[in-house]
Design a protein around this ligand. Sequence first.
Ligand code: G6P
Length: 594
Amino acid sequence: MCGIVGYAGNREALPSIIKALHKLEYRGYDSAGVAILGTELNIFKACGRVSSLENNVPTFNGKIGIGHTRWATHGEPSQINAHPHTDCSRRFAVVHNGVISNYQQLKEELIAEGHRFISDTDTEVIPHLIEKYYGGDLEAAVIKTLNILTGSYAIAVIAQTENKMVVAKNGSPLVIGLGSKENIIASDIPPLLDYTNRVICLDDGELGIITQEAVKIYKNGRLIDKPVSIVDWNTEDVQKGGYEHFMLKEIHEQPKVIRQALLNYNSAAEPIIGSDFMGNKAGKGLLILACGTSYHAGLVAKYVIEDLLDVPVRVELASEVNHRERIIPVANAIAITQSGETADVLISMKKLIDAGCSTLAITNVKGSSAARLANQTLYMQAGPELSVAATKSFIAQLIEMYKLILMQPALSEPLKTQLVSELKLMPGYAQWVLDHEDQIRDCANHISPYSNVFYIGRGINYPIALEGALKIKEISYIHAEGYAAGEIKHGPFSLLQNDTPVVAIVSKDFTYEAMITNIKEIKSRRAPVIAVAQEDDHYIEQLADRVIRVPNMHNLFSPIVNAITLQLLAYYTAKYRGCPIDFPRNLAKSVTVE
Ligand code: G6P
């Protein structure tokens, strides 16, 4: 998704902006641009990577500037459609993340008034409106402009005649880093870490005036005091640390992530949400909302909550809830979102909150919109995740859900003790998978030439089949489908031949026999089978063409090792296919538009 950055300080703005844009590359984008305020307002844009912008931009001097990575929504990826956008007189430059929903009507009105537009974007109306309203005071013109915009935005604006940057937000994220004699703004925290760990998260409806010396935040025209948060991430967390890709680094961080999340975990402590929230007292059930990989974490949680706590759980895609005509009647909801900024999650949360629902956000980003919106927040402890494909955040979400569930008083003490001690073995099991990477790499080599692949699982590992398929399609561009193993005969059988491998997650639980039958059925159609099976499952060797081993463990926690295995399978398959693993085409890390 689009990323915005801005700098006002004592250094040259251009290198600071370029460096910050590199730190936003993980969000996914197709073009980039900068505007630097020197003796005049200089703008330069380039299609493609930030490095292409960096290699071609002239040396613009100036201590204030803004920059943008664009993920096309209105108009194809091109130099003209790239941001910053400007007005007829080229006195104002604007970068924008979000969608202006009434831009078409505004554009027609502005054209009738004599404004000339050059791009297909919704954003271009903003500098033209600022131009129209400007009477010598940038913030006054920005406020007038914002008053007539509908839709979502995080914007940063600079003007030729003013030594400042004006920022504002509604729906899209914007954070401000407070440095020493310099201030920096961005769509996310990583670009700020080179300057400071002191951060202000702008809220919807707020406007900021940023100069080298000061950050002033206004709401409804009044200066307000905003809390400053201290971010506990550091610059090493957002570097590759010797790994070829962020994704591989993040996969390898997982044993540490699990270990840290379990440090000082006490299942006897009062849970952040108790049985009332979980719904077993009032019998109301629970709703889990999420998108993408986080949705799969929600599906695993459903199995665990229903099995252990006897509470019915509905897991819904936020992008669906958000477009339902009727609000789903529910008392309590958990929103799972790594970024805390996924527009569909935020919109559905708002709808539920307005309908009187109590919400818990499980997120990775302190001060994110989801955290600020929810009644309560549980922070997963994954550290910054920069590869577009979610890996460690998924595992961290699972761990937080397990921790929460195992604290519920409804569980008997002996069962709690047994499960908690099993859970504490997970860092070791995750490490085991990483230590046995070779077997996965071999299978990846085998899968990489195929065009289609199926992933099947049952029970608690059905969501892992979905996640495995999502991972490989995201980064290797192989068409993949995740299926409940029992459903494969209701359609996919027509596709199964020797050119369509099937990755089967084989759990040593009450689904085992049924899965073995499925594998036999698949083999009769001559489709190659790669089984992901426990170390002590020797029978599977007689059936599957290839077996990837995972350690023996309690089935409840098997999604963790199976997911890590399938992350590596996707990673190495994409690597064999020569794909740009961290920045897959057309995808964004943080989907901040509906
Ligand atoms: C994007 C990312 C996925 C992520 C999904 C939901 O599609 O590429 O990796 O799972 O958004 O994001 P969230 O931040 O809400 O978990």
